[in-house]
Design a protein around this ligand. Structure first.
Ligand SMILES: [Zn+2]
Ligand SMILES: [Zn+2]
Length: 162
């Protein structure tokens, strides 16, 4: 079992992701969509998809706050969920986000079609844990800012599925 520990920006909340095979069970990706820009305050979000059952809070769970965002249709790219099988264009859907009520730092998110997976914000993982789940690809590349280069060696998708 490989433990991948992480924490929020202030450290009030700590968690661990326990995987038997990080290569097979985790996938980190970069998303350039509008929702990811706004939530992170950056050009993109970096999240690591893991099975929900592998994630556990180890400290400060009482500080976790939840935000349910109505992300509207998929066509405007204004959503943070980069999971597969996001069929049903135009359908309203909610994106669930968890963050720290003490420091406001992001922890994880998942959309209605994430299935049994959650998307943990990559930067919350400790250094050695990030090194075990480095990014595989980029989503919503059509919304990449002009100054942001394509990352060599990763797959690039214009939206989610194409
Ligand atoms: Zn915090
Ligand atoms: Zn996104």
């Amino acid at each position: 079992m490989t433990p991948l520990p992480g924490r929020c920006a202030c450290g009030a909340i700590r968690f661990v992701i326990s995987l038997t095979d990080p290569d097979a069970q985790a996938r980190t990706s970069i998303c350039h969509c509008h929702a990811c820009k706004r939530f992170t305050g950056g050009e993109h979000a970096v999240t690591t998809r893991v099975p929900r059952s592998a994630f556990a809070f180890t400290r400060g769970a009482e500080h976790v706050r939840v935000h349910e965002a109505d992300m509207g249709s998929r066509s405007d790219g204004d959503r943070g969920e980069e999971g597969e099988g996001q069929a049903g264009g135009g359908r309203k859907s909610a994106l669930h986000r968890e963050f720290c009520g003490v420091c406001g730092g992001p922890l994880l998110e998942y959309g209605p079609n994430a299935g049994d997976n959650i998307y943990v914000f990559y930067g919350t993982l400790e250094d050695h844990a990030r090194g075990q789940v480095e990014p595989r690809g980029e989503f919503f590349c059509r919304l990449r800012d002009p100054w942001m280069p394509e990352i060599e060696g990763l797959f690039q998708k214009q939206e989610i599925n194409e």
